[in-house]
Design a protein around this ligand. Structure first.
Ligand code: FAS
Ligand code: PHB
Length: 389
């Protein structure tokens, strides 16, 4: 088989890139290791920047999001002194869209089906070949046979544990990493959200986040030690701890109920440079990971897709390569901005096992600046709604 762009990974990055390229008349094949049901079962991000909303609309996938998504003008931050609001729209004239990644992926699959895009599921042992030549190809196994796909370009959209990043020689790659000494225990429950907007809580017992997917589906997180296991946490224990960490006036009227999903995610900051090697590009989590505190992971995947789609459109439209040649540097500039913000949000909202009293005072001062300075809230708002593409 031959195509123009072989896409490894059928998550948000791969599907969105495939959708945009196909709509522009550029042929793709998506190779996904898992089944479609498995991909759609993942519970991950919940907040979309305006840039991602615009890109989904450009891809023809925004109709259900416009109907069912929840536009949010701001969010709350809480400490033991009480809670305060950061109004993104008042500060920087933009808002965010609360709409789950699961829904985004569903909409992308529907759009891909509608245009007859080629997505090969359960593609095992995907391997990338000759990426340093102008004739790269991919092999994979399915139904007991080994298959080959020749392509002009390969987009590695296969996430942190994928094969693409490892295809770039270790002597070429530079990796930057920070692992945080705690995880997030998350639950999904068919209950009314605790508030009209998200609440990020800094508490002596640890961080908590009250989020949502819709008005009858809530998403909550608790900072937990890395040694905790999901089975250590009953629903009752989760709700009791959450109520201790959220503002009391919120906790007092919260609706609780059985969890329909419960998982623990580790937190790390990670970037690999460069995001291109020969005819191979890295996109989304294949190239970078952020702690979810800043709601940036999925949104960074979108801006990577935007830059790569720009470059490939120019290559096939005009035969020039300035766009693909600039991809890595353009993407990394925005990635490092979001990396900084996600680290900063994580550092001011969590309790670190080894933090000193001085560290605690600095955290309190950061939060006080947000509470009392318009300029501090504007900087947070600018980063939260998304740095410019
Ligand atoms: P993905 O990992 O989503 O998709 C990669 C795809 O490639 C997968 O379908 C995988 O099966 C496939 N694949 C992997 N290896 C392959 C191979 N060798 N061959 C073929 N296919 C292969 N972000 C937020 O903004 N907010 C959050 O709250 C948040 N919570 C998260 C919680 C968890 C547990 C995780 C893991 C991530 C979370 N994220 C969050 C980040 C997440 O949303 C990612 O940023 C987003 O999924 C990135 O999308 P992709 O780059 O497509 O990578
Ligand atoms: C979520 O709803 O899953 C969510 C929202 C905001 C974050 C992280 C996760 O910062």
């Amino acid at each position: 088989m031959r195509t123009q762009v072989a896409i490894i990974g059928g998550g948000p990055s791969g599907l969105l890139l495939s959708q945009l390229l196909n709509k522009a008349g550029i042929a793709t094949v998506v190779l996904e290791r898992q089944t479609r049901v498995y991909v759609l079962s993942r519970i991950r991000a919940g907040v979309l920047e305006q840039g991602m909303v615009d890109l989904l609309n450009r891809a023809g996938c925004g109709a259900r999001m416009a109907r069912q998504g929840l536009p949010h003008d701001g969010c709350y931050l809480s400490t033991v002194q009480g809670q305060f609001r950061v109004d993104f729209h008042e500060s920087v004239g933009q808002r965010v869209m609360v709409y789950g990644q699961t829904e985004v992926t569903q909409d992308l699959y529907a759009a891909q089906d509608a245009i007859g895009a080629t997505i090969i599921h359960e593609a095992a042992n995907v391997a990338l070949h000759d990426v340093e030549t102008e004739a790269p190809f991919v092999t994979y196994e399915k139904d007991g046979q080994t298959h080959r796909i020749d392509a002009d370009w390969i987009a590695g959209c296969d996430g942190f544990h994928g094969v693409s990043r490892k295809t770039i020689p270790a002597t070429v790659r530079r990796e930057f990493e920070k692992v945080y000494p705690f995880g997030w225990l998350g639950i999904l429950s068919e209950t009314a959200p605790a508030a009209d907007e998200l609440i990020y809580a800094n508490h002596p017992r640890g961080f908590a986040l009250a989020s949502m997917r819709n008005l009858r589906l809530s998403r909550y997180y608790l900072q937990v030690p890395l040694t905790d296991k999901v089975e250590d946490w009953s629903d009752e224990a989760f709700w009791a701890e959450l109520k201790l960490r959220l503002p009391q006036e919120v906790a007092a009227k919260m609706e609780t109920g059985p969890s329909i999903e419960k998982s623990i995610a580790p937190l790390r900051s990670f970037v690999t440079e460069p995001m291109r090697h020969g005819r191979l590009f890295l996109v989304g989590d294949a190239a970078h990971i952020v702690p979810p505190t800043g709601a940036k992971g999925l949104n960074l995947a979108a801006s990577d897709v935007h830059y790569l789609f720009d470059g490939l459109s120019e290559f096939y439209g005009k035969g020039t390569t300035s766009g693909v040649d600039a991809y890595s540097a353009r993407a990394l500039k925005r990635i490092w901005g979001a990396m900084r913000f996600s680290w900063w949000m994580t550092s001011i909202l969590h309790r670190f096992p080894d933090q000193t009293e001085f560290d605690q005072k600095i955290q309190e001062s950061e939060l006080l600046q947000l509470q009392t300075l318009d300029s501090a809230r504007s900087t947070m708002a600018r980063n939260y709604v998304g740095l410019p593409y």
